[in-house]
Design a binder for this molecule. Sequence first.
Ligand SMILES: Nc1ncnc2c1ncn2[C@@H]1O[C@H](COP(=O)(O)OP(=O)(O)O)[C@@H](O)[C@H]1O
Ligand SMILES: [Mg+2]
Length: 360
Amino acid sequence: MSTVTFRNVSKRYGAITALDDLDLEIGDGEFVSLLGPSGSGKSTTLNLLAGLISANSGTIHIGEREITHLPPEQRDLAMVFQNYALYPHMTVAENIAFPLEARKPRPDKDVISRSVERVAETLSIGNLLARYPKEISGGQQQRVALGRAMVRDPRVFLLDEPLSNLDARLRVRMRRDLKELHRQLGSTIVYVTHDQSEAMTLSDRVAVFAQGRLQQVAPPREIYDNPVNTFVANFVGDRETNFLDGVLEGDDYLTFHSGPVALKLGKRQLKNARQKVTLGVRPEAVAIASSATDGMRAEVILTELAGAELFVYLRLASGDEIGMRCDPREVSVATGETVNVRFDPRQIHLFDQESGQTLA
Ligand SMILES: Nc1ncnc2c1ncn2[C@@H]1O[C@H](COP(=O)(O)OP(=O)(O)O)[C@@H](O)[C@H]1O
Ligand SMILES: [Mg+2]
């Protein structure tokens, strides 16, 4: 079994806590992304798992076996980095073969070449085996780096921002290929990225980090629809979530007030009764209201046409600025115009204003 379990794992560098009390279980064959901004502890987590650094406290297991203090080469993992780190003086075939050549005892020549061919076939780079790294594209180099990891047939793959050096289009294509590769191999993959769309499209589950702490771990849909706090709500999504600070009134039927803005939320059960809240709503949950009675007045500040979608910046009567994402074929508004907007009540999130934690 190639489950990975972190229990109470912490890593400090002097006064900096790079990773704070991590509890995380990754299932056998699961693709889990560690997602977060720069400096949030993602690489620290991966490097602890790889054995490149050691923890100050806590334990790490792969399957039943505790690996917390094992040297890297005894952990049966393969790691792929952002800068592919291919050997420039070796051909593609020699680069892929390298981990097997270094194995003691060294496997037979034809065993090695069969493994290299099989891996190259899977990655569709069979025709590049005789070339040198400088003779192939960045995307192909990344495949070779993946091949070098795959040839070891490890129990767990660790990938640290493996697509960051590729251009945007190629990144999207490699994403699809990685997903297909995972489907074929069925291996456990731990994938570090600061790119939320990469994490959301690739993963079975996403683990969101901020400041060395795991914030939430859940399938992409769950992370997107039910963020546990304002950080996750804002970090996940290709546009910022709109946040409004205000107060809640009413017992069963709640109304949210922010200055002159009043928003009926209907019947809601909240975990903690709080008066001061932050309301979060994604741009796609904002729409033009069909009538003035079920909407809020807002002034159009700016419109951005981005191909298939129209992004409209609005100012509410409270002074808050919000973004609305809509279909340019259905909505046409002009800067300076006053419109009525509404929030989809099913997509309104309420957070404690102080802690930022969800109240749902
Ligand atoms: N070798 C180190 N010495 C001192 N501080 C470090 C070291 N490695 C990482 N850190 C700090 O630990 C924190 C987490 O780093 P890291 O895990 O690399 O973040 P991420 O991969 O999410 O960008 C950061 O504040 C970083 O500056
Ligand atoms: Mg990193």
